[in-house]
Write a new protein. Sequence first.
Length: 282
Amino acid sequence: MARLAVVGYASIDTIVVEGKPHRTIGGGAVYAALSAARYGSEVSLHVAVGEDFPTHWLRQLEALNIDTSSVERRSGGTRRALLHYGGREERIASTERDAAWWDRTRSLTPPLPRKGFDGYLLCPMPPETLAECLSRASGGLSVADTSEVFALDGASLKKALGRLDVFAPSLEEIRLLTGRHDDEEALQTLSHLVPILVAKRGRAGLTRFAKGERLDHTITPRTAIDPTGAGDATVGALTTALLADLSPGQQLRTAAQAGAEAVGAIGPGAFGWQIRQNSKEL
Ligand SMILES: Nc1ncnc2c1ncn2[C@@H]1O[C@H](COP(=O)(O)OP(=O)(O)OP(=O)(O)O)[C@@H](O)[C@H]1O
Ligand SMILES: [Mg+2]
């Protein structure tokens, strides 16, 4: 089994679907870790959490075969997200974040992984933190995801890209990063900056570019119960498939399967995560 460090931010999410709130659900890198473990990696989660991060969540992650010995607890609160989905699965724009979110982002910089893992999955994080993580990742496979707010800082992010093995952003992030609105142009432009690009295209599936070769994986979209975490779950499974040396076609199939699983339940419920409402610890 390949040893994988999943590095990023864990969050405490409130997910509102069709007007109904689901409060206090584990999010962020939790999806990537759960998905990577489900698909066969030996995962060590590297996140810093606040005082409010429930202890039983850590136990739950351990029960799902995720090593939490590198999780650091720091003062203040965990980063929180409020996600709203309407009938058309629209999300609230995530390019705008408030001061509290940036404060938590700085205070909860992920613990840097040690050298020696087989793989490093670098979940959305500020470009300078990504660069620091990459200095630890030499010798292992490095895969990074990003989010819209970090893709806006295109110049800094682009500097780190050439040092990655695989970059797996969403199409919207690729548009922001390249400043190109035409999808094909944006994809082509970014594909020249990174050894392997896997573009997450939502209901259109996945597209991989490596050494000038393009591979499209189209999907039959299912009705999403909750689209949160599809991207993170996709990247968790993709990294596991890469570490297992699967063919590019199988890598994309595995990754897309995890994304489809993720949207089939509220929060990370599809990956065995138990959602307990109104727990005393919360
Ligand atoms: N409705 C769906 N049915 C089946 N598969 C889906 C669906 N939505 C997403 N997926 C799969 O999950 C992958 C990742 O989803 P998406 O492109 O939305 O990632 P993302 O924008 O990074 O999401 P996130 O907000 O979770 O970071 C898609 O490329 C697709 O393969
Ligand atoms: Mg994403």
